[in-house]
Ligand binder design. Structure first.
Ligand SMILES: Nc1ncnc2c1ncn2[C@@H]1O[C@H](COP(=O)(O)OP(=O)(O)OP(=O)(O)O)[C@@H](O)[C@H]1O
Ligand SMILES: [Mg+2]
Length: 287
């Protein structure tokens, strides 16, 4: 399904927002909706190394954004700051218009409970069987019995193309691609409101990658979730993204429609999206 097909489908499903979504406006343009996630002047250094140097980003509610950028440019750090796993040195993080630093501990925990995360390295719990990994959050929140969790795990594993019997294995018994799919199943099992996918298709074969992309689109459409995904795969970025943003030297240098990637008119973004050796980014690396 192309992004414009998806926009059209959304317009049918959610007529109230049709004109905004159909327009695929740049996220930098002013809009009336409160962004699901709003970052302003986010800064983070590790020792002398400044990784985030004033990140400004709006992620629209019920939309899917892809975040692009070179290796080590701060994509994972950005997501970890929003999740609260890394504390930024400066800057504002708002979710649903609320400054997360001003929330009570309880409200912050509640907010985090609504977020699903696929970590870049999977980060499965080796001490637990796959089915408990998949339903970890539901079990921890006592939203489900252990018997129901087994059934739920089988259902979600099927969505990522894995047999129910995989649920009884340990994560160490799985191939890398299977671990990735289990991590994805865990990210979506509790039907989160916001989902972060850090390189969801890296290490998967192209067909499984497309299946996973379909699942991400489905989460955003069917669950009405807001997704922020990091990917180096441009075909995937165009498939899953409504919007796209590129981070470079600790700042967001471009935001726009994911469908425009490779043809944005921004030399750095287009070079990155087309994977060209020659261009402004390489010249900087040579210095
Ligand atoms: N906990 C940490 N302590 C020290 N440095 C860190 C920490 N986390 C990240 N960094 C550094 O911050 C920089 C950005 O890391 P990050 O993981 O965000 O990169 P990335 O854009 O996700 O790259 P990739 O595409 O390779 O995953 C890197 O130089 C990394 O070494
Ligand atoms: Mg990363």
């Amino acid at each position: 399904m192309t992004p414009s097909d998806r926009e059209a489908q959304r317009s049918v499903n959610q007529p109230g927002n049709a004109s905004d979504r159909g327009a695929q406006r740049s996220v930098n343009q002013p809009g009336n909706e409160t962004p699901k996630i709003r970052l302003r002047s986010l800064r983070k250094s590790f020792g002398a190394k400044r990784v985030l140097d004033g990140v400004d980003l709006d992620v629209r509610a019920n939309h899917s954004m892809v975040l692009l950028g070179g290796s080590g440019s701060g994509k994972s750090v950005t997501i970890k700051c929003i999740l609260g796993l890394i504390t930024p040195d400066e800057g504002l993080i708002e979710i649903d218009g609320q400054d997360v630093s001003k929330l009570s501990r309880r409200d912050r925990t509640e907010m985090r409970d609504r977020i699903g995360m696929l970590f870049q390295n999977g980060a499965l719990f080796d001490s637990l069987p796959v089915w408990e990994n998949v339903c970890f959050k539901l079990l921890a929140q006592k939203r489900i019995t252990r018997a129901a969790a087994r059934d739920k795990a089988a259902e979600v594993l099927a969505q990522v193309g894995l047999a129910a019997s995989v649920g009884d294995l340990s994560p160490s018994e799985l191939s890398g691609g299977m671990q990735k799919r289990v991590a994805l199943a865990r990210a979506v099992a509790a039907q989160p409101d916001i989902i972060f996918f850090d390189e969801p298709t890296t290490g998967l074969d192209p067909i499984m990658g497309a299946v996973i992309d379909g699942l991400i689109v489905d989460c955003v459409q069917r669950l009405g979730a807001t997704a922020l995904s990091i990917t180096h795969d441009m075909a995937s970025a165009r498939r899953i993204g409504d919007d796209a943003a590129m981070i470079h030297k600790g700042q967001i240098i471009w935001t726009g429609a994911a469908g425009a990637l490779g043809n944005t008119g921004n030399a750095m973004v287009d070079q990155f999206a087309r994977g060209e050796r020659e261009g402004p980014i390489q010249m900087e690396l040579r210095r």
